[in-house]
Write a protein that binds this ligand. Structure first.
Ligand code: AMP
Ligand code: MN
Ligand code: MN
Ligand code: MN
Length: 287
């Protein structure tokens, strides 16, 4: 049987609810052979995940999911096989985290104006790693009874046009691909169907991404339906991008799929793990 790959997952280093060690153990128990830890704007969970992976006999891909401001919106780019000690990457992470800290205070200020106090401290109390995410605000607002679910908090408070929304001021696509490449990584456009882009804008994103040296598209995602996977498979082929797959797992409470429980890549897609830069891939015989 071919190995089971899950190349997008979160731990408590960002907005996941399992520690890196718990995540790796669960992935192993669910039959995942190769797991990428891709926390938002952070790599601090990688060492613990790698240590547990070598204990249980799973291959851990050191990764990251970087937030990008592109065309007045936020998109996510996953870096796979990044060197977590790379200075350019670390400097980039520091900058993203500085924006996150400023944004957390700003979200809290806006919520306070709507009569919801203490949200900065509240969100912080749900974050055990270095980053504060909107997910942490959402969990806090659920705890204090402002909404019944995380999803409802996003809808009522945290998305564009709602009281706690603060526009992203993340790095550019150019900068983020620069950090990933400096760290020896492979760049992947994460969950492309989630942005609800028109066909024209999606083509523009993929054109810019390939021109900047980006290599892969997350064709199969826990947040894509079957038609979206098929369509993204076509786009990967058209743009000569490699295809990645990941659950985007955040913990047992989240609505997406279980670790490793992913549809196969559509026919004709070249898997990202066949990239020459993927460790262990032999280029012998390739002209
Ligand atoms: P941030 O990077 O802090 O802006 O938060 C983005 C994260 O919030 C995503 O990675 C998801 O985990 C989560 N998220 C975004 N939109 C929603 C939503 N509508 N419902 C639940 N979680 C969401
Ligand atoms: Mn998340
Ligand atoms: Mn994402
Ligand atoms: Mn993610």
């Amino acid at each position: 049987m071919s190995p089971c790959y899950d190349l997008h997952a979160h731990s408590t280093a960002s907005d996941g609810t399992l520690t890196p060690a718990e995540l790796v153990r669960r992935a192993h128990a669910r039959g995942v052979d190769v797991l990428a830890l891709t926390d938002h704007d952070d790599v601090s969970g990688v060492a613990e995940a790698a240590a547990t992976a070598s204990e249980v006999g799973l291959t851990l891909v050191p990764g990251i999911e970087l937030s990008v401001t592109w065309s007045n919106m936020t998109i996510h780019v996953v870096g796979l096989h990044v060197d977590p000690t790379c200075t350019a990457l670390r400097d980039g992470i520091a900058r993203q985290q500085a924006f996150r800290h400023w944004r957390a205070a700003e979200i809290a200020r806006r919520l306070a104006k709507k009569g919801i106090g203490g949200a900065a401290e509240g969100a912080r109390s749900f974050a055990s790693g270095p980053i504060v995410s909107r997910t942490h605000f959402a969990r806090y607002l659920v705890e204090i009874g402002q909404a019944a679910s995380v999803r409802e908090v996003f809808k009522r408070f945290l998305v564009k046009g709602k009281p706690g929304y603060v526009a992203g001021d993340w790095a550019s696509l150019d900068e983020v691909l620069g950090w990933i490449h400096a760290a020896g990584g492979i760049a992947v456009v994460a969950h492309p169907a989630r942005y609800r882009l028109t066909a024209t804008r999606l083509r523009r994103l993929l054109t810019e991404f390939t021109e900047l040296g980006g290599h892969a598209l997350e064709v199969v995602s826990g947040s894509h339906n079957r038609d979206e996977c098929r369509y993204m498979g076509e786009l990967a082929r058209r743009f000569a991008l490699l295809a990645s797959c990941g659950s985007d797992y955040h913990g047992p409470e989240q609505p997406y799929v279980e670790l490793g429980r992913l549809a196969p890549l559509p026919p004709g897609c070249v898997p990202v793990w066949h990239a020459p830069a993927w460790p262990g891939v032999s280029t012998a015989g390739v002209a």
